[in-house]
Design a protein around this ligand. Structure first.
Ligand code: AMP
Length: 389
């Protein structure tokens, strides 16, 4: 089945047309600066990249352009899959778009206002423009929906939890689900308790026992948990009250500071990109060294938290930009976990490949893998499962 996967943001729209049986990607691209001067589409087809400068005052125009461009691919589009950041309290799994499911995406939007409203608009536009095509909602939170109550519940009053739906929703669920699927295919019965380590500009860990999410490090929003490119991860929640009262910072100021000006960027004082920070460390920059050390420290700590939620761990998988590419970060995190039986082979760790692979030594108690993630394929497979071939 040929599926168009759409990942809409407030001013951008990423797309990929792929086939579910072969995994072949026919074309992909990104509409950028939608509604802003200087909008353009970066498009890639057959390995050739191009940039089209087109007017995109709104998402509807962007989608029209995407469909126009995709005509050159000469492959029929048989279904559309929409990545939705927040599925809230409605989506334990992906769902076909109906008036009701689309309404749910809007209803939970206050939990992810920068994403869900734009995503709902795009879903509606696709449904109206191409009524003959089926549309599917793939929420990034769905995989975490059924984690045990002790994992999702916060120890705050029940009436607040119930009225405002305050709980752990997690994120990167589509990636973690793909990682479980791939690891399970490779390891079979040897893997029961996996910690999936999605380390990119956003980063989260997920404890997965026999395919079921047991806990994850992101919370009500993707701000919680690990240190990320520009996000602080877990800090004492009282930091917010303190800064609001004492530093005279507004809630919006603190929101921006914690989401956009913190994390690796803040500690290194240099960049949010792990490549720049590693280079800085190698050149003797102490702040970059501390940023790297803190990343290893927090990742290894939360790895143990995930292991504790399953009362054990037999497999660890690195994925996403840092997890798939940074030999140094992988080694740094693994070193802090040697005491619990993680032993990676330095030579295997250095190998660069697009294939999933084992990088631990044969005597490592915990098998360590690097698994390139493929959220688009996972989304497309959900579309196929729900709409039929
Ligand atoms: P993602 O959000 O999964 O696209 O990951 C983006 C992050 O991955 C970047 O900010 C970099 O820190 C990191 N990254 C990407 N490529 C490399 C690489 N070749 N080596 C080290 N880190 C990388």
């Amino acid at each position: 089945m040929n599926v168009l996967v759409i990942n809409a943001g407030s001013s951008s729209l990423k797309y990929q047309l792929l086939n579910t049986e072969t995994g072949e990607v026919f074309a992909k691209g990104n509409c950028e600066r939608i509604g802003i001067d200087g909008s353009f589409i970066g498009h890639e087809e057959n390995g050739v990249k191009g940039k089209l400068e087109v007017d995109m005052p709104d998402h509807k125009t962007a989608i029209s352009h995407v469909f126009e461009i995709l005509k050159t691919v000469d492959q029929p589009i048989e279904g559309i899959g929409h990545r939705v950041v927040q599925g809230g309290w409605y989506f334990p799994e992906s769902a076909v778009v109906t008036d009701e499911t689309l309404g749910w995406v809007r209803e939970v939007a206050p939990l992810a206002p920068l994403h869900n409203y734009a995503e709902a608009d795009v879903i509606e536009i696709c449904r109206d423009m191409f009524p003959e095509l089926g549309n599917v909602i793939v929420p990034d939170t769905a995989f975490h929906y059924n984690m045990p109550e002790q994992a999702w519940r916060y120890a705050i009053p029940r009436d607040i939890v119930d009225k405002y739906h305050v709980r752990k929703y997690g994120a990167h669920g589509t990636s973690h689900r793909f990682i479980w699927r791939t690891v399970h295919e490779m390891m079979g019965d040897k893997t029961h308790k996996l910690v999936s380590c999605h380390l990119g500009s956003g980063a989260s860990l997920c404890a997965i026992e026999d395919g079921q999410c047991m806990d994850t490090t992101m919370g009500l929003t993707p701000l919680d948990g690990l240190i990320m490119g520009t996000r602080c991860g877990t800090v004492d929640p009282a930091t917010v009250f303190y800064l609001n009262r004492v530093a005279n910072m507004s809630i919006d100021d603190i929101d921006t500071m914690m989401n956009k000006k913190s994390g690796l960027l803040a500690v290194s004082g240099k960049s949010s990109d792990s490549r720049d920070i590693e280079e800085g460390m190698n050149n003797g920059d102490e702040n970059c060294k501390m940023a790297m050390e803190m990343f290893y420290y927090r990742t290894s700590q939360l790895f143990c938290e995930m292991a504790a939620s399953m009362e054990g761990v037999d497999t660890m998988a690195y994925t996403a930009g840092i997890g798939e590419n940074s030999v140094t970060m992988r080694a740094g995190v693994a070193k802090r976990l040697e005491w619990m039986g993680v032993k990676i082979d330095p030579e295997l760790n250095k190998i660069r490949s697009d294939e999933p692979r084992v990088i631990s030594t044969p005597d490592s108690k915990i098998t360590v893998l690097v698994v390139p993630t493929n959220e688009e394929l996972m989304i497309a497979l959900d579309v196929e499962a729900l709409l039929g071939k």
